[in-house]
Write a protein that binds this ligand. Structure first.
Ligand SMILES: *Cc1c(COP(=O)(O)O)cnc(C)c1O
Length: 424
């Protein structure tokens, strides 16, 4: 393993995806200097095409007024549908199993309304701890919404003492043990704090064997790691598009409902007119006739301006394909990890699993110098124009995103961290 910067540049020169960086507008500092942006796990960089798509909607609004719903190159009435084939490919679904709507936590509530149906002895919701706070708030409030007590009906599985990541065997054991009282399982495809990728297939299979419905929060997984939601027989899933999918702040979110559920009449749902059968929606009748697909869970008129960048970005994903992105991602993250091991050994603990199959792009690092010195090192990185992020209680996360990050970015990140740690 060569540690010099020339080697990073040689790897970039050999990277077949390198040209894609040009299609993104990366953040700049006040002096106009491009930042080394490693926050794609939090807010992906802007595809230049996104601004064109947003401007097109503004133009059509000026030009057409309300007729923009029915006219124009990309009419608004079914605007999101042009994203569905690419999105379905990204999550391993049939197009009718996915939709783009609302934002993540709202979608989580909407799908839990359908898929968390406590009944008889089966009342509990199983999740992980520490989950992303919004997921925990959503889950806890859903339990209460059904008149149940989270102390009894919210089951949280944790990493073992002294460990950071969940073990699949522990999750399977919890399902085995508590299965008869679990109504619904809700877990992350990729854990937000550690970057651990969970085994969707085996956990979903175990949950379904135990009679539970199984849902996934894919916020950190979509556009990052391969997914096969249909074949893995996942019941439902939700995600946002502003992390690895580069759809912009507050981008319209995503949802998946397995084909075996989309036409079920016995599933309750919180309905709205945008989920109504398209052919008769504008007859304005009183009776709800759902679209037989994930689209049937739509509630409101879509936020077109939050949708346009997602549609633009998914065109890039369709053009490159996730397999090529994932191949680069594995190599790039492994390169960054090797530099960390070689140059920062003992001063930084990598919390993310070491096996490429068990993680996505991001590495979560604990700096072994105490919280305040770690925070100062993080601030120092920002001053140097290197942008990872910080999560309490003292974790630096850095994600080299394969669409727009380079080997040189990874090298500069590790070099700056080395310098900052030496200065403490
Ligand atoms: C990013 C993220 C969220 C954010 O939810 P919003 O509703 O989009 O604000 C929720 N859950 C997880 C697991 C996340 O990673």
């Amino acid at each position: 393993m060569r540690l010099d910067r020339d080697h990073a540049r040689a790897l970039d020169a050999a990277d077949s995806l390198q040209a894609w960086r040009e299609r993104f507008v990366l953040p700049h500092d006040g002096a106009g200097r491009e930042l080394i942006y490693l926050c794609g796990h939090s807010l992906g960089a802007q595809p230049a095409l996104a601004a064109d798509y947003v401007e097109e909607i503004m133009r059509d609004w000026r030009r057409l007024g309300v007729d923009g719903f029915f006219e124009g190159r990309r009419r608004w009435l079914d605007y999101h549908e042009r994203a569905l084939p690419a999105l379905a490919a990204l999550v391993g679904a049939q197009p009718l199993e996915v939709t783009v709507m609302n934002t993540l936590t709202v979608n989580l509530h909407l799908l839990l309304a359908s898929f968390y149906r406590p009944a008889g002895a089966r009342t509990a919701l199983l999740m992980e701890r520490p989950a992303f706070p919004s997921d925990r708030y959503a889950a806890e409030s859903q339990v209460r919404f059904h008149g149940l007590d989270p102390a009894h009906d919210l089951i949280e599985i944790e990493p073992r003492d002294g460990e950071q990541c969940l073990r699949t065997e522990d999750i399977l054991a919890a399902i085995e043990r508590d299965g008869p009282r679990i109504a619904t399982i809700l877990l992350p495809g990729v854990q937000y704090l550690t970057g651990q990728r969970l085994d969707v297939r085996s956990i979903t299979a175990a949950g379904r064997r135990a009679g539970c419905t199984v849902g996934w929060d894919l916020a950190h997984a979509v556009g990052n790691v391969p997914l096969a939601l249909h074949d893995d027989e996942v019941d439902f899933a939700v995600w946002c598009h502003y992390k690895y999918v580069n759809g912009g702040p507050g981008a319209a979110g995503g949802a998946f409902v397995h084909a075996r559920h989309v036409a079920r009449r016995d599933l309750p749902r919180l309905a709205g007119w945008w989920g109504h059968d398209k052919a008769s929606r504008f007859r304005m009748g009183p009776d709800f006739e759902p679209i037989p697909g994930a689209d049937g869970w739509q509630v409101s008129t879509p936020s077109l301006l939050a949708l346009a960048p997602v549609v633009a970005s998914l065109e890039h994903f369709a053009a490159v394909g996730l397999p090529a992105l994932r191949a680069k991602s594995i190599a790039l993250t492994r390169y960054m990890e090797s530099l960390i091991d070689a140059r920062l050994d003992g001063r930084v603990a990598v919390l993310t699993p070491r096996a490429p199959d068990e993680r996505g792009a991001a590495l979560s690092l604990r700096l072994e110098c105490g919280r305040d010195a770690a925070r100062a090192a993080f601030e120092g990185m920002l001053k140097r124009g290197i942008v990872p992020d910080w999560r309490e209680p003292g974790v630096i996360r850095a994600a080299p995103a394969p669409f727009y990050n380079s080997y040189d970015d990874a090298w500069l990140f590790v070099d700056a961290l080395d310098a900052e740690l030496r200065a403490r």
